[in-house]
Design a protein around this ligand. Structure first.
Ligand SMILES: Cc1cc2nc3c(=O)[nH]c(=O)nc-3n(C[C@H](O)[C@H](O)[C@H](O)COP(=O)(O)OP(=O)(O)OC[C@H]3O[C@@H](n4cnc5c(N)ncnc54)[C@H](O)[C@@H]3O)c2cc1C
Length: 490
């Protein structure tokens, strides 16, 4: 089901967004060329890549710097026009799509990389710089951004901050929030908030950059970021191993650490997912056995990695069913993992339902063990493909061939199972529109009320991304009929 713009109580219509006087005013701020109103050109801004979310907007505004973002937001605020911030539009939960006619503020011109400080190991850059461009710049100084995801060529620094992206290297370098030292952001009324200290230790007051990280554009428009850089891995080696169960995958990761190797990445795939990628890319099966699961691990460290990796694998020969090993970057092996999203999209007869969740490590096996049979029983015909950064407890549950009428019920089924296993309904993609009705499965009523108060303090009129984090829409009935979460005024 494609979610179209439709009036609802959560996001009151802001008719001012289509007001010609507002368009004129925005053009005076950023120049006529940077206020897009041509329907053909708006197309790329009003729909997301999953095909699940499509909205409308009267205008996409592309400011050139923080001062212009500030003037644009003040102008929209005074006109009563709501705003959706948008970076690379690679988000997977519908947060960057203007579902209610909001003005889109795009960061596509905030692409200056101001500075790399190789001594302090920081990078300061505009929010519209892509992850790939920031990484390339960092590498020129022998350093790494530490955040990497398959959407790297389009996803922006402002986007990864606003979703607190995890990604392929989180096990090694942490999530985006942990790498964010400073931020410049424009609040809903146009005021500019700057917390910009290239310090690892700075305990003066609340962690405001940390608060903006993961706020999904509801607290401010991030315009510049100060990111921590790290020493990149030297020589690396990659193994793709067929294993009988998730427990063996975790045991393998532990054994590699025990051998003194540094885990650069650890990814889980299933037999079905491997087949899907093989069919889509016309690749030969990388292993001689048809194992139920495959793990991809990339390691570095002072030891001669490939030898150390081989010796750990040999030591677990009774459990590891087969393995292929390559020197890093091992793009041939990595493509089995990185092509999952694309392969799922191509193979599904309907836009796939993507549920990015996490469970405690000790519960992954039980969660997956219940997920498959439960889906077969209640949703026959739906094909699940699970993969993800499993050593962080993160599984991307991708559901193919879900009929539009089944979407809500199947999401409910999976997210309740996650909650029963003590997990999180959003590991790294955010809540967006996709999971809003289930947010109370992940947060207590007082927690929701505190978050609502924070938002109210910064944006009392809910002008920024009004369709998100709207707790009134979040109250959800439990299986026993109990309301989970409390209705809050919107
Ligand atoms: C192939 C593929 C692989 C992916 N892999 C991963 C992965 O491994 N890990 C992961 O975490 N995610 C992954 N993603 C999801 C996505 O790339 C991330 O969520 C990314 O951080 C979004 O960045 P963006 O610039 O595209 O943001 P957008 O999609 O434009 O926006 C995402 C959200 O952030 C807000 N936002 C964007 N920019 C700003 C800003 N400057 N100020 C305030 N709010 C803003 C938007 O309003 C929206 O709510 C993947 C996506 C794809 C398509």
């Amino acid at each position: 089901m494609i979610h179209q713009a439709m009036p609802d109580q959560a996001a009151p219509a802001r008719s001012a967004a289509g007001d010609p006087a507002l368009t004129d005013a925005l053009q005076r701020i950023v120049g006529p060329a940077h206020v897009i109103t041509d329907p053909a050109m708006l197309e790329g801004y009003v729909a997301d890549r999953t095909g699940r979310w499509r909205g409308t907007t009267a205008a996409v505004v592309r400011p050139a710097d923080t001062a212009e973002v500030s003037a644009v937001l003040a102008c929209c605020h005074d006109a009563g026009a709501a705003v959706v911030p948008q970076g690379g539009n690679t988000g997977l939960v519908g947060g960057s799509v203007p579902l209610h006619g909001e003005v889109v503020v795009s960061t596509s011109r905030l692409t200056a990389i101001d500075n790399v400080d190789p001594v302090g190991r920081t990078l300061s850059a505009g929010a519209g710089v892509t992850v790939a461009a920031a990484e390339e710049k960092a590498r020129r100084h022998g350093l790494t951004l530490g955040i990497d995801l398959a959407s790297r060529d389009s996803a922006t620094l402002g986007g990864i901050v606003s979703t607190n992206a995890g990604g392929l290297r989180m096990i090694r370098y942490g999530d985006t929030r942990s790498r964010l030292l400073g931020v410049e952001a424009v609040l809903a009324d146009g005021r500019v908030l700057t917390r910009w200290k290239a310090l690892t230790k700075d305990n003066v007051g609340y962690d405001l950059p940390g608060l903006l990280a993961g706020a999904e554009g509801t607290l401010g428009v991030v315009t510049r970021v100060l990111m921590k850089l790290s020493e990149p891995a030297g020589e690396t080696a990659v193994a793709l191993a067929g294993i009988p169960d998730v427990g063996e995958g975790l045991a393998l990761v532990r054994a590699l650490e025990h051998a003194g190797l540094i885990i650069e990445a650890a990814e889980l795939m299933t037999r079905d997912g491997m087949r899907l990628v093989g069919d889509h890319l016309r690749l030969r099966a990388p292993l001689d056995v048809d194992a139920p699961y495959a793990v991809l691990v990339e390691v570095s460290g002072p030891a001669v990695q490939q030898d150390a990796l081989l010796s750990v694998l040999a030591g677990r020969a009774d459990a590891v069913l087969d393995a292929a090993v390559e020197h890093g970057p091992a793009r041939r092996l990595w493509q089995y993992r990185e092509a999952h999203t694309e392969s799922v999209g191509v193979a599904s007869s309907t836009p796939p339902v993507k549920l990015d969740v996490s469970t405690p490590l000790s519960r992954i096996e039980a969660f997956l063990g219940e997920l498959g049979p439960g889906l077969s029983e209640h949703f026959p015909g739906v094909r699940p493909v699970c993969f993800g950064h499993f050593a962080d407890g993160n599984i991307h549950v991708n559901l193919m061939d879900v009929e539009p009428a089944q979407q809500e019920a199947i999401t409910d089924h999976v997210l309740r199972l996650v909650a029963r296993h003590g997990g999180s309904i959003s590991a790294e993609h955010g809540v967006g529109r996709a999971k809003l009705p289930w947010i109370a499965l992940g947060r207590e009523p007082v927690d929701l009320a505190v978050m609502d108060a924070v938002r109210g303090a910064l944006d009392p009129a809910r002008m920024l991304n009004p369709g998100l984090f709207h707790w009134a829409a979040a109250a959800h009935r439990g299986g026993d009929g109990a309301v989970l979460g409390r209705m809050l005024p919107g």
